[in-house]
Design a protein around this ligand. Structure first.
Ligand code: SF4
Length: 200
C-alpha cells in the first residue's frame, strides 16, 4: 500500500503529510508556469534565472546547478543554452579552469527575474496568518525533513545551518561560530550566503 491509496492514507498521518506536500509542490509548479508564461519560460528556466539573481558565481555553474535542482547536467546545459539564446544570461569562463564557466544575468534577465520573483507571494501570504509559534514549528519540521532527505541522498545540495561547518548544536540554543551569535529556532537559515559545508 502506498501514500496515494486513500484507504491506507486515512490510517497513516505520515501519508497524509506526504500527500499534502505533493499538493503544495503542485501549487508551486503551477505558480512557476504562470509566472514564466509571460516571458515564454519553462519552470526550470525561470528557477534558474531566480537562482542566478540571488547566488554568487561559484554556485552558478552547470555541475552545481545539476545538484541544486536534482537534474542531469545535460538538462541544465540545454536550459542554459535556451536562456542564452533569449539573451537573458551570458557565460564567463573560469580563469583557473577553461572547461568551466559561471553564468550571469544580462540586464534583461535581471529585469525578468526581479519581476517574476513575486510569484512566491501567493504561497507566502496564507502563512502570514499563522501564529509565530505555528510558523516556528512548521519551519523546524520542514528543516528536519530536508535534513533527513539530504542524508539519504534525495536532496543533494544544502546551504542550511544543520549542514554548515560553523553550526554548533546546543542544549538551549544552537550557535553560529562564524556570526558569533546564538541561533534561535527562527534564526536557522535555509539558504545562507556564508554557509560552508561541514565534513561528514
Ligand atoms: S554561517 Fe550561516 S549556515 Fe553556517 S551556521 Fe552560521 S548562519 Fe548557519
Amino acid at each position: 500500500m502506498e501514500a496515494f491509496n486513500p484507504e491506507y492514507q486515512n490510517a497513516h498521518l505520515e501519508s497524509k503529510i506526504v500527500v499534502a506536500l505533493e499538493r503544495i509542490s503542485e501549487a508551486f509548479r503551477v505558480l512557476l508556469w504562470d509566472a514564466g508564461k509571460e516571458y515564454g519560460l519553462t519552470p526550470i528556466q525561470l528557477q534558474l534565472l531566480l537562482f542566478f539573481n540571488s547566488h554568487p558565481p561559484e554556485y552558478c555553474k552547470v555541475n552545481y546547478l545539476a545538484k541544486e535542482f536534482n537534474l542531469t547536467k545535460a538538462t541544465i546545459s540545454e536550459s542554459v543554452r535556451l536562456l542564452a539564446k533569449k539573451e537573458l544570461i551570458f557565460k564567463e569562463t573560469d580563469a583557473r579552469d577553461t572547461r568551466s564557466y559561471s553564468i550571469f544575468l544580462t540586464e534583461k534577465g535581471k529585469m525578468i527575474a526581479s519581476k517574476s520573483a513575486s510569484f512566491s507571494k501567493a504561497l507566502e501570504k496564507p502563512i502570514h496568518s499563522f501564529s509565530e509559534d505555528q510558523k516556528k514549528d512548521f519551519f523546524h519540521s520542514l528543516l528536519q525533513l530536508i535534513e533527513k532527505l539530504n542524508k539519504v541522498g534525495v536532496i543533494t545540495v544544502q546551504r542550511n545551518c544543520f549542514s554548515c561547518k560553523f553550526y554548533q548544536p546546543g542544549e538551549g540554543n544552537d550557535y553560529c561560530n562564524l556570526l558569533k551569535k546564538p541561533l534561535y529556532r527562527s534564526d536557522i537559515r535555509i539558504d545562507c550566503p556564508e554557509h560552508e559545508p561541514a565534513s561528514r
